[in-house]
Design a protein around this ligand. Structure first.
Ligand SMILES: Cc1ncc(COP(=O)(O)O)c(C=O)c1O
Length: 390
């Protein structure tokens, strides 16, 4: 039995208001925050041996993180956030003018911007595909947009706008059959439900751990499938890029032949070891609660919330209700005649209810997380009704 009130007692941050914005930043549990700060203090106090202690246990913690995502340790690296990870994967390919990329029209700016930068710098071509709330239609629409020049398909696992969850494996099979690579942006999926990257068969996956995994801010992960690892170039390099760094120093300079067969080569330079301690504490916390229990709890709140929103005149629900595209914690909606931003500001400033707007859709987005309770959502619904009444 999932005891949400007990979970809430683990988060002092919840005393400051009603927090419905985990899709942007997830609050860390008190014990995660303390573990992270203690780890940093420990390193800081032993700065005379800082170089060695700062790397201690880091590799083991990344390996554990890889296991959490159904990946092998050498396929995963830590990085600052999903945005940085996307740049590692996108900029590490050898793009040529006329190369074609397919993405949806529901990507986050961190997904769009690197591609449009490549369009302007290199001359790649981009097709944005509108997504519908039907799994078969999504696969068919992406397939129809692909051409013989399509080299990569880039899609959010869970849309940051509507919460739509795409059918990953059917997409991966179709994309590979057509000879392209598949980048899955998991910023909104990691921590919401179990992820099995080998079973998904995507070529790249990345996320920010500071959202639904409730890890310390500025912690991310980049995954590249073993079979693709050696085809990914290092747009930034350092000692970790090298198979044999000391041979390089000795003068062999065989750099190009010696890329490490390990995603850790993308984490160049000194690492923030305290951060990986904090991420481990967050993953341990989520594992203790159980991803299935968290997902069931979130669904038990999200389904009635969606139904309730749909019953309010003037509200349009943007989030799919279809089970196959079940979106877990993201619920987005518009209100006739109401500016989403002013609604958000009022909730925020007058009522200490924190959520996000999707400005391009004039929509409000609420995130239901592992600590959300019915009272949080009742409060939101009350404000939606009152606002529409005028
Ligand atoms: C789908 C998606 N991708 C990427 C990002 C970027 O995440 P970050 O700002 O943590 O790098 C976000 C952030 O909300 C997102 O929703």
């Amino acid at each position: 039995m999932y005891d949400v009130e007990k979970v809430r007692s683990d988060f002092t941050a919840l005393q400051h208001g009603t927090y419905l914005n985990t899709g942007s930043i997830g609050a860390p549990a008190d014990r995660v925050r303390r573990t992270y700060l203690d780890a940093y203090q420990e390193f800081a106090l032993h700065s005379q041996d800082h170089f060695h202690t700062s790397f201690e246990g880091h590799t083991e913690r990344i390996a554990q993180l890889a296991g959490f995502f159904g990946a092998d340790p050498h396929e995963v690296t830590a990085c600052t956030n999903a945005s940085v990870a996307i740049n590692i994967g996108v900029m590490g390919r050898d793009w040529q003018p006329g190369d074609h990329v397919v993405m949806s029209n529901e990507e986050h700016p961190s997904g769009y911007v690197p591609w449009y930068s490549l369009r302007d710098r290199v001359g790649i071509e981009i097709t944005e595909v509108p997504l519908t709330n039907d799994a078969d239609d999504i696969v068919a629409a992406i397939e129809a947009a692909m051409t013989p020049k399509t080299r990569m398909v880039f899609l959010s696992h869970v849309s940051c706008r509507t919460g739509l969850r795409i059918p990953v494996r059917p997409l991966a099979d179709m994309i590979h059959q057509k000879g392209a690579l598949f980048y899955l942006d998991g910023a909104q999926s990691a921590g919401q439900f179990a992820i099995d990257l080998h079973a998904y068969d995507c070529d790249f996956y990345s996320t920010s751990c500071h959202k639904w995994l409730h890890a310390p801010i500025s912690s991310g992960l980049f995954y590249v499938k073993d079979a693709v690892l050696d085809r990914l170039k290092d747009s930034w390099c350092g000692p970790s890029s090298q198979f044999d760094f000391f041979a390089f120093l000795d003068g062999s300079k065989t750099f190009a032949q010696a890329f490490n067969h390990h995603a850790g080569r993308f984490e160049i330079g000194s690492v923030d070891c305290a951060k990986s301690v904090g991420v481990k504490a967050a993953v341990d916390y989520v594992n203790e609660l159980g991803l299935e229990n968290i997902a069931a709890h979130v669904k038990s709140l999200a389904d009635p919330l969606k139904a309730e929103l749909q019953s309010i005149p003037g509200v349009t629900l943007l989030t799919p209700t279809d089970e196959a595209l079940h979106s877990n914690g993201i619920v987005a909606f518009t209100m006739d005649g109401i500016g989403a931003m002013s609604f958000r500001m009022r909730l925020h400033e007058d009522n200490k209810i924190f959520l996000r707007t999707i400005d391009e859709l004039n929509a409000t987005r609420a995130s239901i997380a592992l600590f959300t309770n019915q009272a949080d959502l009742d409060l939101l619904l009350e404000h939606v009704r009152d606002t529409l009444k005028g």
